[in-house]
Design a protein around this ligand. Sequence first.
Ligand SMILES: Cc1ncc(COP(=O)(O)O)c(C=O)c1O
Length: 405
Amino acid sequence: MDFKSLALKYKTPLYVYDFGHIKEQFESVQKAFHARKSLICYAVKANSNLSILRYLGKLGAGCDCVSIGEIKRALIAGISKYKIVFSGVGKDDSEIAYALRQDILMLNVESEEELKRIEDIARYMGIKARISVRINPDIDAKTHPYISTGLKKNKFGVDIDTAKKLYIYSKKSEWLDPVGIHCHIGSQILDLKPYDEATKITAELLKSLKALDINIKFFDVGGGIGIRYKDEITIKPYEFAQTVLANLEGADVTVICEFGRFLVGNSGYLLTKVLYEKKNGKKRFVIVDAAMNDLIRPGFYDAYHAIEKIDKKDEKFSKADVVGPVCESSDFLGKDVLLPQLNYGDLLIVKSVGAYGFSMSSNYNTRPRCAEVAFTENRYRLIRKRETFENLIECETECLVRGNL
Ligand SMILES: Cc1ncc(COP(=O)(O)O)c(C=O)c1O
């Protein structure tokens, strides 16, 4: 990629995505499940840019959404309503009503109270709500605790016994249609075993529901396959599919997977400009124009992202912390990164930032969020303009308190 020209044209910090990589990843999952009825619902939270949603939609993807905003994004991007699933532990009434009105594929229910609320709203609207229950299988996905979701101590889903009760209740209800079963145990998972255990438990429930004449059509295995940030050995989609399918023993269901990170993570680069170098005693810092508000993963999860100088030559390298201008000590993009001596204007790229990069960015320290560019069909296209200061204050200016308060 021609990062130098991109920096000149669009300025820094800048997110750049290689759409070719997204396509490869998507097709590898499609291929892995080709022998079965399947639907890949991209987890919008990983990167919700409309152009990415539209691109994935054209490849055949649906969307896994966790807010009304994400559902709206998916619909604007042209995703078929019957390919949209709605997850999340805290859907409010207006979100439930909106999802029902839009007639999306199904709502993934996360508690008994939520199920009753959906039923009430569906009754009021005179609609039968398609639902699926999210199972919490109490399985350790062996990932960072903040992105582990399938343990009893996590807030997500319900245990098997409760799930069964909810299915029996739904089957009897005039306003609920239990069409799916759902389980998502976490993110950046590198081991197949937790998937095997979780799908075994969920498939057992599927079987017992069939015996109760509750015929589930969609088996949603969630997302979570990890990617290589450094030297991780990752799960191949084929192995993942084989593990899931082996537990389904030919059950007549459409398999849904909700990958986010796997589809877009390695496609993304954060381009940033060096502002200063400084030393505090022996400690070397490289201060760049991207910060934790642009990429929070290192400060939030201690996540590793490779950082390199573009146009690397045979230079002398030494360790430095790459930090941003935000007033927090957690404002770092990398620690002990091997870098040559840098000067103002040198460009660095932070790698593998396509997932949970821009979508987790904020305006902390009144910093406008970055522009985003796609590299597709051999050309670069701006897919999000850089925010302006005016964008940041527009919700406040009208409400500005005037006079002497
Ligand atoms: C319900 C659900 N599905 C899918 C995902 C996507 O996970 P990943 O990006 O690791 O594939 C998440 C992420 O947390 C999630 O909560």
